[in-house]
Design a protein around this ligand. Structure first.
Ligand code: PLP
Length: 451
């Protein structure tokens, strides 16, 4: 088989491979960056050039690249049992161990059960199905609707896609599922209501309440949201928002689903995003940081309220699941990964390193006229660039300003992801705490920290 090299890469990539969230023309025009190796918070491209992984893969590599403990756990599992099914009365030890550990870790949030998936989108579908079945079992089958936030991102499968709050993600796949309604997100930097975060939280909670009333509360199954919105532009809600949301959900008896696919396992400086806001949801959805991307895995967890509806009822079958959920290699990786997350207090490291980043970025805001807003929690940070800071006017999308800045960062040895003109800084949570043993002598940029 022909091996790829830096000369044939551009042509092969454009010719054979269809990329996610991209147009084939753009892929053909732009030379892709081929990542070949990684250690800690540093990755290397096919030519051996090093980069600080400011993206953390796709905000999932919480414990860092090349962690020997995780690799050893996967290898040991591979030698023992590469696959067995959880269907029809069989299971395997790593899935059982992991479900127990997850229930223990989420004890404060009241989760009692774990159901596995192969990634975030699928775990979201599990949450949607669980919520609908819960209401059928509870004798209220007309409660089928879901309310989500504008700018929400809940993955690419049809249920999560229908809850997504960014029109560009949905438009080409319509019609979506019926019964999905969106309400206003508490975006402090850009909203038509107020500059006061606490007041904005009240307003958005009131609008959620009104949206539920408008649908007729007896038809609503659940409200679903990310504790901090990610792909929709990194929107940190005011601290008052989630507790108010819990109250509104309780008032109408509806379930609260926290999509913790990004916020789970330390990224926000707290072990979970829900914990950051002091809220116990009914369902928590995990993926990404659950095993730092070593093998795909997702999990949908739920509390006793939902569990009880399924117990003592021989007809309560959850008719959902697929071949690779709780893959033994993924579960083994998760067990080793979560051990690192807890023992090395990666949430604590994210809080302190993230706090430093926020401070330095805010200082930059004073000097740099195009830095409109700096926001974040832990190592989940967004920097919104604007054409004019005073009016907050964005750049014309045709300017490609965000892309140009991202490219400049890449040229200087730092990978950061831009969603239009908002930059997402989400490195592995081991950044700085554990300077990784580098594969090769670092480039001058990494050595001096210039640029
Ligand atoms: C909040 C959130 N939910 C769900 C998903 C979907 O996860 P996956 O890409 O693993 O399907 C993502 C992916 O980025 C996400 O950010």
């Amino acid at each position: 088989m022909d091996r790829i090299n830096s000369k044939n890469v551009k042509a092969w990539n454009a010719e054979y491979m269809f990329h996610p969230f991209a147009s084939p023309d753009a892929t053909a025009k732009e030379k892709p960056l081929i990542i070949e190796e990684g250690r800690g918070a540093v990755v290397y491209d096919i030519d051996g050039k090093d980069y600080i992984d400011g993206q953390g893969g796709l905000w999932n590599v919480n414990a860092g690249h090349g962690r020997k403990e995780i690799i050893a756990a996967i290898e040991a599992q591979l030698h023992k049992l590469q696959y067995y099914s959880l269907f029809g009365g069989t299971t395997h030890a790593r899935a059982i161990e992991l479900s127990k550990l997850l229930v223990e870790l989420t004890g404060q949030e009241g989760m009692t059960q774990a159901f596995f998936a192969t990634g975030g989108s699928e775990a979201i579908e599990g949450a949607i199905k669980l919520a609908r079945q819960y209401w059928k079992l509870a004798g209220k089958p007309e409660r089928t609707k879901f309310i989500s936030l504008q700018r929400a991102y809940h993955g690419v499968a049809m249920g999560g896609l229908s809850a997504n709050g960014t029109p560009a993600f949905r438009a080409m796949f319509e019609p979506l599922m019926p019964g999905f309604i969106r309400t206003e997100t508490p975006y402090v930097y850009r909203n038509p209501f107020t500059e006061d975060p606490a007041e904005l939280a009240q307003i958005c909670a009131m609008l959620l309440d009104r949206a539920i009333e408008d649908q007729s509360p007896g038809t609503v199954a659940a409200f679903i949201a990310e504790p901090i919105q990610g792909a929709g532009g990194l929107i940190v809600p005011p601290a008052e928002f989630w507790p108010l949301v819990r109250k509104v959900c309780d008032k109408h008896g509806i379930l609260l689903i926290a999509d913790e696919v990004v916020t789970g396992f330390g990224r926000t400086g707290s072990l979970f995003g829900s914990r950051l806001w002091g809220v116990a949801p009914d369902i928590m959805v995990f993926a990404k940081g659950i095993n730092s991307g070593y093998v795909p895995l997702g999990a949908t967890m739920f509390n006793a309220r939902i569990e009880q509806a399924f117990r003592n009822n021989p007809d309560a079958w959850f008719m959902h699941g697929n071949t690779y959920l709780a893959h033994p290699l993924a579960c083994a990786a998760a067990l080793a990964n979560l051990d690192i997350v807890v023992k090395e207090d990666l949430a604590g490291n994210a809080a302190s390193v993230g706090g430093y980043f926020l401070e330095r970025l805010r200082a930059l805001q004073d000097r740099q006229p195009h830095v409109g807003d700096v926001r974040g929690k832990g190592l989940m940070i967004g920097v919104e660039l604007v054409a004019d800071r005073k009016s907050k006017a964005p750049f014309e999308s045709s300017d490609g300003f965000g892309k140009a800045v991202a490219n400049r960062c890449r040229d200087n040895g730092v990978l950061v992801r831009n969603i239009y003109d908002t930059f997402i800084i989400s490195p592995p949570l081991v950044l700085i705490l554990h300077p990784p043993p580098l594969l090769r002598a670092p480039s001058p940029m990494l050595r001096t920290g210039e640029g």
